[in-house]
Design a protein around this ligand. Structure first.
Ligand code: NI
Length: 129
């Protein structure tokens, strides 16, 4: 076997569009990378999420495609593709998308998507694509 055939490719770009095509279901965050104890998750959502809060951590939303509204008790923020928002720790919030939106979420490993609540929107953690 010649040398060039044995060269490994340990360094691969993570392509959001390619990864998003692997996600069949809405509301199911998929991990694409970790940085220390933080995870980068892609998710497709449409419609209303549930009110919840994360007592121990902030939560970052980066919109890749579509438009996302994040309702909070004292107002809401509207995010378009290329925009981001950090929901502060302990702040009740409810994401909403009139049409499907594709997001990158950044939060510590092990954070439940519905906060302290368990309900029909609660998704499994640590599912990689
Ligand atoms: Ni949240």
């Amino acid at each position: 076997m010649s040398t060039h055939q044995t060269i490994q490719r340990p360094h691969r770009a993570i392509n959001f569009a390619e990864k998003l095509q692997l996600i069949n279901d809405q509301w199911q965050p998929r991990v694409v990378a970790e940085m220390n104890d933080y995870q980068f998750k892609l998710v497709r959502i449409e419609g209303d999420f549930v009110w919840h809060e994360h007592a121990d951590t902030d939560e970052t939303f980066i919109v890749l495609d579509g438009q996302l509204r994040i309702d909070m008790r004292d107002g809401s923020v509207l995010l378009s593709a290329g925009e981001m928002f950090v929901v502060p720790k302990g702040t009740e919030h409810k994401p909403y998308a009139e049409r499907e939106v594709k997001l990158l979420l950044i939060e510590p490993r092990g954070v439940k998507n519905t906060g302290e609540e368990n309900n029909e929107r609660t998704a499994a953690n640590d599912v990689w694509i």
